[in-house]
Design a protein around this ligand. Structure first.
Ligand code: UGA
Ligand code: MN
Length: 256
């Protein structure tokens, strides 16, 4: 089955670096279709060009975050959920495209939401490939912990190891689950709720799709960390700004 990876992305100094790293990881994964959704009113040349040269099978979409929902420069990062409209746009495209594909194979596949700044081992894509409904696994360096994970007993998920509100329906990071394409197509209303309270974004999508009892634990019964919620430091531009003030800033024609 094909792994459909949905990645929201937005323009910032580190965007090209993030997408370069991610695309080069994906080049090592067989049967992967990358759905890149820009948080922008139009497709940007930077992302268009990168995708064109990537060597990957991809679909390039865009969907701007509504202004009142968009995180502002000086807001703390947790204030508003990120990537919501973009993931929903990816789901919309997938549902429409799969309906248009003739043949019985058009429902074969798995859907994974891969943010552009995380770190993915190649193994995680093989773990998720045969997802029946929803598969789950640990995520490293997240939630103020070394890792968060579903706790498995007798082959079933019975609770979650998390430091914060374990009572949430699915207290998991976005990087910690994948959904079968069939389930996505059979539940055309399932999407991410941008109005969901902090920490409930993943639950807002999964709630209507599965129960905890049905989750399929991967990565050796959720004992291995194969994906990390890494976050990239914002680069300092102090020298750049000082030089710019003297008319000696870096050439704006050079793409970074
Ligand atoms: C955590 C989770 O790992 C995310 O999956 C979740 O969307 C987010 O919290 C949330 O609560 O909304 P975090 O590392 O804090 O993630 O978020 P980012 O990595 O900054 O953003 C998640 C994705 O959305 C990234 O792919 C990023 O490129 C994209 N994004 C971010 C946008 O498309 N637009 C923005 O304005 C900001
Ligand atoms: Mn992130």
């Amino acid at each position: 089955p094909t792994v459909f990876v949905i990645t929201p992305t937005y323009a910032r100094l580190v965007q090209k670096a993030e997408l370069t790293r991610l695309s080069q990881t994906f080049l090592h994964v067989p049967q992967l279709h990358w759905i890149v959704v820009e948080d922008s009113p139009h497709k940007t040349p930077l992302v268009s060009d990168l995708l064109m040269k990537s060597g990957l099978t991809y679909t390039h979409l865009h969907m701007p975050t509504a202004k009142d929902r968009k995180l502002q420069e000086n807001d703390p990062s947790w204030l508003k959920p990120r990537g919501v409209e973009q993931r929903n746009e990816g789901l919309r495209w997938l549902r429409e495209d799969r309906r248009a594909q003739p043949g019985s194979d058009n429902q074969q596949g798995v859907v994974y939401f891969a943010d552009d700044d995380n770190t993915y081992s190649l193994q995680i894509f093989e773990e998720m490939r045969n997802t029946q409904r929803v598969s789950v696994w640990p995520v490293g360096l997240v939630g103020g912990m070394k890792y968060e994970r579903p706790v498995v007993e007798g082959g079933k998920v019975v609770r979650f190891h998390t430091g914060w509100r374990p009572s949430r329906p699915f207290p998991m990071d976005m990087a910690g689950f994948a959904v079968s394409l069939k389930l996505v197509l059979n539940n055309p209303e399932a999407c991410f709720d941008g109005e969901a309270p902090m920490g409930f974004l993943e639950s807002s999508f999964l709630q209507g799709l599965v129960t905890m009892d049905e989750l399929e634990p991967k990565a050796d019964n959720c004992t291995k960390v194969l994906v990390w919620h890494t976050r990239t430091e914002k680069p300092k531009m102090k020298r750049e700004e000082a030089l710019q003030a003297q008319g000696l800033g870096s050439d704006p024609a050079v793409e970074i």
